[in-house]
Design a protein around this ligand. Structure first.
Ligand code: UDP
Length: 331
């Protein structure tokens, strides 16, 4: 099979590219390298440098051959930036997805796996959310992704698109073989910041809020290993190609860890007692956000392979160490 991966030089897209290559598929990546990193692109993938909404790049990516399915990761993902620059988010995420959809439907590609987000739920009143929990995103990032979910539903009804929108919870960790990992320099995610602090690449870490209504007062999240998430994309596409119905699916494990639990695990694993400061809450952060992944588990008979916080943190730390060494050597 031949698949197009937009944003394939990014953190999650590059893991999926490897997962597809490992299964013997042909992979074409489009990435404008605005946040993606060229060094993460597998050598065996065909790479088109450019915009996933630009027909010129899409024509180059397709070539004369058909594409059996598209995985659409490309987009902007920084929540505070979406608040200060909403037009960038609606343009990069929503408008460009429309252009991409128009092109691929014209070319007869009808199978589409989309990177959505738990941010579509906003501040849910229940900690554990199902796909039927009301979607009330509280920032332009979440709204830009939810709009695409609506567009996909309409296009599926009208034009025979088959899609699954995967709502990611907190993605962390790295490829166990360390072929790729989180390399975006400005990444602000907890485990990325904490591994940098453990290795001395960052001064320390601030906990954003210690007065949440959670057992230890810090935010609780559902951390999913990026390799399990990549597997879910493969399962989603296989399912669609076999005639599965379109819809949305939660991608998490269904249990939460607090910021303090993550930090303690990382301190144990690394042996580093890096500085940690208590700080105020970050705007827009819910107290707890945990997936109910029942629908995903049942649909794919899915059992995660890396549902273990220690393993997630170890793999993130191993990657960070390897990546810091690579970048110090000019990678
Ligand atoms: N967090 C923190 N310090 C940091 C980064 C994150 O305390 O430097 C907290 C954040 O407030 C949230 C959790 O860690 O409770 C996960 O945040 P992250 O940015 O990794 O992902 P999000 O849940 O915002 O998508």
């Amino acid at each position: 099979m031949r698949f197009l991966v937009t944003g394939g030089a990014g953190y999650i897209g590059s893991h999926l590219a490897w997962a597809l290559l490992d299964r013997g598929h042909d992979v074409v990546i489009i990435d404008d390298l605005s946040t993606g990193v060229g060094a993460l692109i597998p050598n065996d993938a065909t790479f088109v440098h450019g915009d996933c909404a630009d027909p010129k790049c899409l024509r180059a990516a397709y070539g004369p051959e058909p594409i059996d399915g598209v995985f659409h990761f490309a987009g902007s993902v920084v929540v505070p930036e979406s608040v200060s620059d909403p037009i960038k988010y609606y343009f990069n995420n929503t408008t460009k997805t429309l252009e991409l959809l128009r092109f691929l439907l014209d070319r007869g590609t009808r199978h589409f796996v989309f990177s959505s987000t738990a941010a579509v739920y906003g501040q849910p009143v229940t900690d554990q959310v199902t796909e039927d929990t009301p979607t009330e995103p509280i920032n332009p990032y979440g709204r830009s992704k939810l709009m695409i979910e609506w567009i996909l539903r309409d296009v599926a009804a009208a034009q025979g698109l088959h899609y699954l929108a995967l709502r990611y919870f907190n993605v962390a960790g790295a490829d166990p073989q360390l072929r790729t990992g989180q390399a975006t320099p400005e990444a602000t995610h907890l485990i990325k910041v904490a591994t940098g602090a453990a290795l001395g690449a960052r001064d320390g870490l601030t906990i954003f809020g210690t007065d949440f209504p959670t057992p230890d007062g810090t935010g609780v999240r559902d951390y999913i290993h990026v390799s399990d998430l990549a597997d879910l994309h493969v399962l989603a596409m296989d399912d669609l190609l076999a005639g599965g119905t379109s819809g949305v699916l939660n991608c998490g494990y269904g249990r939460g860890f607090s910021v303090r639990e993550v930090i303690d695990t990382l301190k144990d694993v690394s042996g580093s007692d890096f500085p940690v400061h208590d700080g105020p809450r970050r705007a827009g952060d819910p107290a707890a956000l945990i997936a109910d992944p029942s629908r995903t588990r049942e649909r794919f008979s899915w059992s995660p392979r890396h549902d273990d916080l220690t393993e997630i943190v170890e793999s993130a730390l191993a990657w960070e160490k390897a990546w810091l060494a690579r970048t110090a050597n000019g990678a």
